[in-house]
Design a protein around this ligand. Structure first.
Ligand code: ATP
Length: 192
């Protein structure tokens, strides 16, 4: 049986694009599927190869996204590289209703929106790259972004790291240098 974390609040994992937050969150869920589950976000971007609708994301049209927004369905939403992304309230309650702990993998402006929404009490973890150079290499090796996208993500990453280190939002900052080491730090935090 999996250990049961005492702290049942949703976990918000954020950090620059390509830093490895998705990889870390997935490792936690793969190891403890009866304890944690990842919220499924909505997006207007097209699926990448191997992404499954309803599992990787809810892939929706811009019109559907706008309708959901007007219904106040999201706890956070953002536009990035011309595509919209959002986490619905239902995505969190779907998980907590099953007695699991919700894990949110989101960008920094989403974090700011959730912080402004006092109805959600969550734990905040920031995943930091060992350097911007390493982040660039990771993004390029993932092969899912154009060079222009990579450069725009790196510019944004610099601001995000500064925000994380100065605004006191995050209970924990984990440097994702070595994946296993960083994962160990995340796991220790979850079961502390
Ligand atoms: N510690 C690490 N060392 C080297 N490569 C890593 C490490 N952690 C993750 N990676 C690799 O970096 C790439 C980006 O990781 P991932 O997709 O998890 O990032 P992300 O932060 O979730 O990005 P996005 O927000 O754009 O989805 C992947 O190819 C992943 O395998």
């Amino acid at each position: 049986m999996s250990p049961r974390p005492v702290d049942r609040r949703p976990i918000i994992i954020s950090g620059p694009s390509g830093v490895g937050k998705g990889t870390l969150a997935q490792k936690l869920i793969d190891k403890y599927p009866d304890t944690f589950a990842l919220t499924v976000s909505h997006t207007t971007r097209s699926p990448r190869v191997n992404e499954i609708d309803g599992k990787s994301y809810h892939f929706v049209s811009a019109t559907t996204f706008t309708t959901l927004l007007s219904q106040d369905a999201f706890v956070e939403h953002t536009t990035f590289n011309s595509h919209q992304y959002g986490t619905s309230k239902a995505a969190i309650t779907d998980i907590t209703d099953k007695g699991l702990i919700a894990v949110l993998d989101i960008e920094i402006d989403g974090v700011q929106q959730i912080r402004g929404n006092s109805s959600i009490d969550a734990r905040y973890v920031f995943i930091k790259p060992p350097s911007l150079e390493a982040l660039g290499a990771r993004l390029r090796s993932r092969g899912t972004e154009s060079e222009i996208d990579v450069l725009s993500r790196l510019t944004r990453a610099r601001d995000e790291i500064e925000f994380a280190e100065t605004q006191g939002v995050y209970g924990k900052i984990i440097v994702n240098d070595d994946l296993e080491r960083a994962y160990g730090e995340l796991e220790e935090l979850m079961f502390r």
